[in-house]
Design a protein. Structure first.
Length: 246
């Protein structure tokens, strides 16, 4: 028996996750929402336009990015109040995770509007689950501040967390970050995940000093998810024997 899917709800803000690399990342539900919504609020209308063209979807778009969030949030709320179905997308991944979206979601919730997440690709989850580091407890930081003093202070503060640390970083600052990790967390295991779900996806694992030496030899492109183990590893011969007596 063919099952009829429920129509999109009027006056709803849909947070639609889009591919982080491979176009096959997108879900059937995401495609349906993009086809059936009234308007798409996009971080970059040109980039989203390419995605829509690939899937043969034609919808009106408005830009929604860091520097027009306040104005566009008001406009999106007005559209929701008129009963429009609004899909919010970013350049890649899940809206609101180190990307625009958090502000309009808060405004919509405060106004009593319905907000639905259309889950899917997220660089954080893709990297964490394949990292080989513990996933039962983790702390997501997003992007560190650009200024060296603030970056160092935030990294020092992260020493208190027991779980895996997860950060985003650009290829232009990855060597700088590894240097900072080598100073603050020299004994911890670091995993660099880059080009996730793309043709040249790669996971690099080692201590900060080892990865620094690697970066000095080769150029690493693409956006990075950086995972740091929650504690220093014991030497292999001593693992599990620290508290034992003969």
């Amino acid at each position: 028996m063919e099952r009829t899917l429920p129509p999109l709800a009027p006056g709803t803000l849909y947070l639609v996750a889009t591919p982080i690399g491979n176009l096959e990342d997108i879900t059937f539900r995401a495609l349906r929402v993009l086809r059936e919504c009234d308007v798409i609020a996009a971080e970059d209308t040109r980039r989203t336009g390419q995605l829509l063209k690939h899937f043969e979807i034609s919808k009106p778009m408005v830009s929604y990015f860091q520097f027009n969030e306040a104005k566009r949030s008001e406009e999106i709320l007005s559209r929701l109040e008129r009963g429009e179905k609004v899909a919010l997308v970013t350049d890649a991944g899940t809206p609101g995770i180190s990307d625009p979206g958090e502000r309009v979601v808060r405004a919509a919730v405060a106004a009593g509007r319905r907000v639905e997440s259309v889950p899917g690709p997220c660089a954080l989850v893709a990297a964490l689950t394949a990292s080989g580091l513990p996933t039962d407890e983790f702390h997501f930081i997003g992007f560190l501040p650009h200024k060296s003093g603030r970056r160092r202070n935030q990294l020092e503060a992260l020493k208190q967390f027991a779980g895996t640390l997860a950060l985003y970083e650009s290829p232009y600052r990855i060597e700088k970050l590894l240097g900072e990790l080598n100073e603050v967390f020299p004994g911890r295991t670091v995993v660099l995940a880059r080009e996730l779900t793309k043709k040249f996806e790669e996971f690099l694992r080692g201590k900060p000093a080892e990865l620094l030496a690697l970066v000095a030899k080769r150029s690493l492109k693409g956006e990075f998810v950086v995972l740091v183990s929650g504690e220093e590893e014991l030497p292999t011969g001593d693992a599990g024997h620290a508290d034992e007596t003969p």
